[in-house]
Design a protein around this ligand. Structure first.
Ligand code: ASP
Ligand code: MG
Length: 468
C-alpha cells in the first residue's frame, strides 16, 4: 500500500509515544508498504511557542531564555533513546543549531519589543522543524532509509496570509511530487514537518492550528497515496467527548461532509481543509490511535455508511464561545448595516461559528470564538452605534454551542423536534438555533453550564453509543 501517516503532537509528546510511532512506521515499511510521514510538533510545543512570542514581544528576555532551555532539554531527552550513535548525534546537532537560530529570532523580537505576523509564523515553524529530524534519526537508527523535509523544502506553497495561510493546491501537488515523490517511490521514508509551508517569495507560513492534517492530505494527494492515516491519542473520532459523555463510542465510518461539518465546529477533529483536499480526490482518511493501533478507528470516505434507524452520528460541544447580538428596529430593510457588520468581522478576521437573523430583522446574532471578543466588540460599538439604525450591542460570554451531526438527518422530518424536546426535558434554555442548509447538522447556543447536560440528552435520545 502507498501510505501517508501523520503523527499529531499528542502521539509524540512522550518518549513512549515517539517510540511507538516509529514502530508503527517500521512495521508497515518492513511489510512492503511505502510510507511518508508527517510530524507535528512534540506535545504542546506550538502553544508554548505562541507564548514565547508574546513574552518576547513584551521584552521579557528572562522567560524567553528559560523557555529555550527547556525546549532544548525536552528535544534532547526524546533524542536520547535513539540507539544508533551516528543518527543520534546528527539529530542532536540539528536540534542545537535550530534552537540557536530560534534564540536569535526571539532575542531580536525581545530587543525591539514588537512582533509581526510573518515573524510569528517563523517562530511557530520551529516546533515542526525540530520534530522532523528527530523522527528521521529514529527511523535510521532502526536501519530504515529516511530523509527529512521542512514544509517549504517538501514543496508546500501557500498564499502570504501569515498565521492561516492557504496552500496553492495545484502548485503544491506538482512541487511535492517533484521533490518527495522520488525518494518515496524508492522506499525511502520522507519525514515532512507538518503545519508549515512557504509563500511564493519563500517566506515561511503556517497553515492554521492543527494544520499538520492538511500537510498530510496534500502529501497523500501529491504522492498518489492509497490512504492517509492520521494518528492521534484516542480511538478515532468519537460520538461525543468521552469526558462529557463516558458512554461515547468510536464512529467507524464518516463521509467527508460529515467530518467537515464536525470540524467546522471545532470538535477535536481534523483540519477542515485537510478533509476538503481528500474529498476532492476521493482519498480515504483514517483516524487511528497510536497507543492502540489495532483498536477501533474511524474511516472517512465518500460513503456515510448510515445504519438504518440511526440519523445522527455525533454531538459536539464548543465551549469557548461568545454570543453577540446587534439590535435595533431600524435594522429591518437596512442591508448596509449587515454589510458594514460583516466588513468589520472580516477586518478582525473573526471566525463566525453560527449566525442568525430573526424574520423581524430587528436583530442579528452571531456566535464567535471567545478570545478576541473585547476588541471586536469595541470596534463594533465604534462603527455601528451612534446612527439611528443600531440601538444596542449585547455580548454574552458564558455560552457554548452544541452541534448534532449526521448525514442521516438530511430530509428526515422530526429531527429538530426530537432535539429540542430532549433538551427541554433537561430544563435547558436554548438561546439561538441554526441549521445549515446541508441539513447535516443542527446547532444551538445554550448557557455554558448547560452544555454537558444537552450533550448527554442528545447522546441518549439519538442512541449515539449504538449507532456505529
Ligand atoms: N503543531 C501545530 C498545532 O499545534 C500543528 C498541528 O499539530 O497540526 O496547531
Ligand atoms: Mg489535530
Amino acid at each position: 500500500m502507498r501510505l501517508v501517516m501523520k503523527f499529531g503532537g499528542s502521539s509524540i509528546a512522550s518518549r513512549e509515544g515517539f517510540k511507538q510511532a516509529c514502530a508503527i512506521v517500521e512495521g508497515h515499511r518492513k511489510k512492503g508498504d511505502l510510507v511518508a510521514v508527517v510530524v507535528s510538533a512534540l506535545g504542546d510545543t506550538t502553544d508554548r511557542l505562541v507564548e514565547a512570542c508574546d513574552k518576547a514581544a513584551g521584552g521579557d528576555r528572562k522567560s524567553v531564555e528559560a523557555f529555550l532551555n527547556s525546549l532544548q532539554a525536552e528535544h534532547m531527552e526524546t533524542c536520547s533513546w535513539i540507539a544508533e550513535e551516528d543518527a543520534r548525534r546528527k539529530a542532536e546537532e540539528a536540534i542545537s543549531a535550530m534552537i540557536g537560530e530560534l534564540k536569535e529570532v526571539l532575542m531580536g523580537v525581545a530587543y525591539i519589543a514588537e512582533i509581526t505576523p510573518r515573524v510569528r509564523d517563523y517562530v511557530l515553524s520551529f516546533g515542526e522543524r525540530l520534530s522532523a529530524p528527530l523522527f528521521k534519526a529514529a527511523l535510521e537508527s532502526e536501519g530504515l532509509k529516511s530523509e527529512w523535509f521542512t514544509g517549504k523544502d517538501a514543496g508546500i506553497v501557500t498564499d502570504s496570509n501569515f498565521g492561516n495561510a492557504k496552500p496553492l493546491v495545484e502548485l503544491t501537488l506538482h512541487q511535492v511530487k517533484l521533490r518527495v515523490g522520488k525518494p518515496y517511490s524508492e522506499g525511502v521514508i520522507p519525514v515532512v514537518s507538518g503545519f508549515i509551508g512557504a509563500d511564493q517569495k519563500g517566506r515561511i507560513t503556517t497553515l492554521g492550528r492543527g494544520g499538520s492534517d492538511l500537510t498530510a492530505s496534500l502529501l497523500g494527494a501529491a504522492l498518489d497515496a492509497d490512504e492517509v492515516w492520521l494518528w492521534t491519542d484516542v480511538n478515532g473520532i468519537m460520538t461525543a467527548d468521552p469526558k462529557v459523555e463516558p458512554s461515547a463510542k468510536t464512529i467507524s465510518q464518516l463521509s467527508y461532509q460529515e467530518a467537515m461539518e464536525m470540524t467546522f465546529f471545532g470538535a477535536k477533529g481534523i483540519h477542515p481543509k485537510a478533509v476538503e483536499v481528500a474529498m476532492d480526490r476521493g482519498l480515504p482518511l483514517r483516524v487511528k490511535n497510536t497507543f492502540n493501533p489495532e483498536g477501533p478507528h474511524t474511516l472517512i470516505t465518500r460513503e456515510a455508511g448510515v445504519k438504518t434507524g440511526f440519523t445522527a452520528k455525533a454531538v459536539s460541544l464548543i465551549r469557548e464561545v461568545a454570543l453577540i447580538t446587534v439590535g435595533g428596529a431600524g435594522l429591518a430593510g437596512a442591508p448596509e448595516v449587515a454589510a458594514e457588520l460583516f466588513q468589520i468581522l472580516s477586518e478582525k478576521r473573526t471566525n463566525i461559528l453560527m449566525i442568525s437573523q430573526g424574520s423581524s430583522e430587528a436583530n442579528i446574532s452571531f456566535a464567535v470564538s471567545r478570545d478576541p471578543v473585547d476588541e471586536l466588540v469595541s470596534l463594533l460599538e465604534m462603527r455601528l452605534l451612534g446612527g439611528k439604525t443600531v440601538r444596542q450591542i449585547d455580548v454574552e460570554e458564558d455560552v457554548c454551542i452544541v452541534a448534532l451531526v449526521g448525514a442521516g438527518m438530511k430530509g428526515t422530518p422530526g429531527i429538530a423536534a426530537r432535539v429540542f424536546k430532549a433538551v427541554a426535558a433537561e430544563g435547558v434554555n436554548i438561546r439561538m438555533i441554526a441549521q445549515g442548509s446541508s441539513e447535516l447538522n443542527i446547532s444551538f447556543v445554550v448557557k455554558r453550564e448547560d452544555g454537558p447536560k444537552a450533550v448527554k440528552a442528545l447522546h441518549r435520545e439519538f442512541k449515539l453509543g449504538e449507532s456505529s
